[in-house]
Design a protein around this ligand. Sequence first.
Ligand code: SDX
Length: 427
Amino acid sequence: MQDYVTLTYRGESFQLPVIVGSENERAIDILRLRKETGFITYDPGYANSGACMSSITYMNGEQGILRYRGIPVEELAEKSTFKETAYLLINGQLPKADELRNFSIMLNDHSLVHEDMKAFYQNFPRASHPMGILSAMVNALRSFYPELQTTEEEINFTVTRLLAKVRTMAAMSYKISRGHTLVYPRPDLAYCENFLNMMFDTPVRPYQLTKEVVRALEVFWILHADHEQNCSTTAVRVVGSGRVNLYAAISAGMSALWGPLHGGANQAVVEMLTAIHQDGGNFRGAVARAKDRNDPFRLMGFGHRVYKTYDPRARIMKRVCDDLLAALNLKDPLLDIAKELEEVALKDPYFIDHNLYPNVDFYSGIVLRAIGIPTNMFTVMFAIGRLPGWISQWKESMDDPHWRISRPRQIYTGPNETHYVPMQDRT
Ligand code: SDX
């Protein structure tokens, strides 16, 4: 039985249908609002607006729940691989053995990039940020691979090709920025191992893969794989709604992720912790600044638009941090500072009142440091992890019968009608 809410304005009432999701979330369907009432809604930052219906990822911010296609992220982090999780997000179910084998073969076969792309990489200024290079080069893929993306088979081929190449492209930007010789993907290495080898292998010192580092990277990417309608996913959906090719839509998502309030936060967290370390470990000063409304400083890695409790990914990432540093027999002073910062903040009334808890970015940078990833590549690592999520959301939007070109309305607050003033009459 259809449920309704009633909107009453100056004695006139309008009935608006209620939509209920599979986890009993409710929404007011305003598809016909402007046509029937003349009203629009106003919601800067879209904190109260649902842009779509989606069956990919479920988050419950109050309870700290995150599930990909119904499976809790905790179970995937413990039992799955990034490749398998990517397949789950994009195809909607875990792969059978033959499906995973075919997926692996395709990821391997398409892991090289066109040799002509090297010239582009070599002509970026050496100090270019790897996120600017990656988003530009993903967009450039269209020029090298102009095949159509219309049939299901063409789309799946393009999707797998992008997943295969993104690691190679990321490692290329790192090697070229260091003036190192490129390392090519190897057919005998799986997804994560190949990336690590392309990043750190050198002709004079072969890279030694360790199972602890590989597992830490798998879990890192699993935890980042999707997060429903976040800023960068919204960018992918909005740009994709113009029916542009996949590469351009993903490139837009990468640009959105780069911001320090979003995926750039993992780099900003390590820069913040480093500054605290250099300031003699004065984390209490950082907490005081974060609480000062006159100070733009924020505790990076804390707070979230949806989670009003501990980000479930941060809890897992903290454990990965401890396990990896112990396995590598590493001590990182930034981890000690992060833990002290968390302990003080979680007891502070300001953070409690504002529901500010560590998010995925708070510990992730320390994991990446332990792996040996340079700080300016932290957001690239986030982007590689989020790629399956962006792709799955893009595909879902392309198949959504309700999905139209994104074109929000506005409330105009500018001048009422006025007229052109000739130069000689301007005062
Ligand atoms: C990601 O959306 C996603 O799902 C994103 C993500 C994903 O996987 O895709 O989870 C990844 O982007 C995680 C977030 C990474 N960003 C950071 O860690 C940057 C620091 N955090 C923030 O700037 C902030 O918390 C946001 C951007 C994450 C959320 O911002 P909102 O929801 O717009 O909240 P807000 O900025 O309006 O803040 C509400 C209040 C304000 O105080 P009042 O003016 O109401 O008194 O909380 C305060 C803010 O000042 N506040 C903080 C704070 N975050 C919010 N105060 C100090 N330190 C902080 N980190």
